[in-house]
Design a protein. Structure first.
Length: 229
C-alpha cells in the first residue's frame, strides 16, 4: 500500500516475463525430455508438459480475478486439443497446441489495429516505469509518425505470430515427435528475434524519414519544430 504503482511496475513486469518463460517454455521442455529419458511414452510425456502451462494460466486467472477473451480462447483450445488427443491417442495433436496458441495471439494482435491504440502501445505501457510511461503518452499525442510506426509494428507482430503458428503445425505433423518440442522453442526464439529486429531497424528508419530521431522512447525532431510534419 505504501508503494506507488509506478514503483512496482518494473519488478512486476520483469518477474512476469520470467514466470512466463519458466512455465510455458523451460519446465515443459525439461519435463518432456526427462520423462522420455525415463522411458515414458510420447503421449504421456507431452501431456505432462501441457498440464503445466494450463495450470499456470488457470492460476493467473484466479489470482488476477480477471478473465479476458484471449485467455479463455487459449484455455479452450488447449482443453479441446487435450480431449481430442485422448480420443485419438495421437501425440501429434498435443504438439499442435502451441500452434493454436500462437495463432490466437496473432489474431488478437491484428484485432487491436482498429482500436484507439494498437497492441504495441499497450504492451509498452505495461512494461515501462512511470517516467517512461509519461514519455510514451507524450510521444503518442505529439507525433503522428510515432503512432503510425506503432500500428505498422503491431501488424508485423500479428503476421509474424500467424506465420510462426503455421510453421509449428507443419513441424508437429511432419517431423519426429521427440524432435518437435525442442524445435518449438528454437522457433520461438527465431520469431522473437525477427520481430524485435524489424521493430528496432524499421522503427528508427521510419521515424528518421519523418524527421524524428529515436533513442529508446525519447523522440526528438531532427529538423526545426516548424518543419516537422
Amino acid at each position: 500500500m505504501a508503494e506507488s504503482p509506478g514503483a512496482q511496475r518494473p519488478a512486476r513486469s520483469g518477474g512476469g516475463l520470467s514466470r512466463v518463460l519458466l512455465v510455458h517454455v523451460i519446465i515443459p521442455l525439461i519435463l518432456f525430455y526427462g520423462l522420455r529419458w525415463l522411458g515414458v511414452n510420447q503421449f504421456l510425456a507431452l501431456l505432462a508438459g501441457a498440464v503445466i502451462p494450463a495450470a499456470g494460466m488457470v492460476r493467473g486467472l484466479v489470482t488476477e480475478r480477471r478473465i479476458g477473451g484471449l485467455q479463455l480462447f487459449m484455455l479452450g483450445m488447449m482443453g479441446l486439443t487435450v480431449a481430442m488427443s485422448f480420443v485419438t491417442g495421437s501425440p501429434r495433436l498435443l504438439l499442435i497446441r502451441n500452434g493454436w496458441g500462437m495463432a490466437a495471439i496473432g489474431v488478437w494482435m491484428l484485432c487491436t489495429l482498429p482500436a484507439r491504440r494498437p497492441f504495441l502501445y499497450e504492451a509498452t505501457r505495461i512494461v515501462v516505469d512511470e517516467g517512461k510511461l509519461q514519455t510514451l503518452k507524450v510521444n503518442w499525442d505529439r507525433y503522428p509518425a510515432f503512432r503510425r510506426m506503432l500500428w505498422i509494428c503491431s501488424a508485423f507482430w500479428g503476421v509474424a505470430c500467424l506465420i510462426d503458428s503455421a510453421v509449428r503445425i507443419i513441424l508437429a505433423m511432419t517431423l519426429p515427435v521427440d524432435l518437435v518440442p525442442f524445435l518449438d522453442d528454437v522457433l520461438l526464439g527465431v520469431t522473437l528475434l525477427a520481430i524485435l529486429a524489424f521493430q528496432r531497424f524499421f522503427g528508427r528508419a521510419y521515424l528518421r524519414r519523418n524527421g524524428l530521431r529515436s533513442r529508446g522512447l525519447t523522440i526528438t525532431p531532427i529538423a526545426a519544430p516548424g518543419q516537422v510534419a
